[in-house]
Design a protein around this ligand. Sequence first.
Ligand code: GRF
Length: 191
Amino acid sequence: MKNYVGKKINTAIFISGTGTNMKNLIKFSNEKKSPISVKLVISSNKNAKGLIYASHKKIENYFFNFKNFKNTEKKILRILNKKKIKLICLAGFMRILSPNFIKHFKGIILNIHPSLLPKYKGLDTHKRALENREKFSGCTVHFVNSKLDSGKIILQKKIKIFKKDNMFTLKKRIQKEEYKLYPRAIKKVIN
Ligand code: GRF
């Protein structure tokens, strides 16, 4: 984003679940030197814990069930425009945004994925990596395009898979890295 000159970029975070990355990004945005300001949280899950946290932090937040996908995306685009959002961070968001949405959003969309893309796109990444006896896994922040987990890679962090690892331990170690990687990737894109 070339026209960033000291002013924080209005940012929206899209979630579907716990929202630990969301929480981490909100903390990051509250740092004095952070290039982003989180103004909006959108959830596709009514019971997402992240919504409670967003309300607690007085960040405008909405739940959409996406039953009428086209209509929902239209509504979201309107909110994004109104709030002058220039950056969307997907963080555990379990929907694939349509090409139409991506085309009409005038800004950047990023996603974090818990694998070393292009390996293990989609769900159950840790399970598949362990089943395939991979020696390494990690996480990736990438630009979002209309294909699942396929946009240009911004940053990746590689970690070793230990013999004693299971899905739970691997997920935990990778998430710890995600909390560092997402802010770094945002800085890289914005500065
Ligand atoms: C993260 O592992 C992220 O990589 C993936 O979904 C998970 C979301 O976790 N896209 P949380 O809701 O941020 O805790």
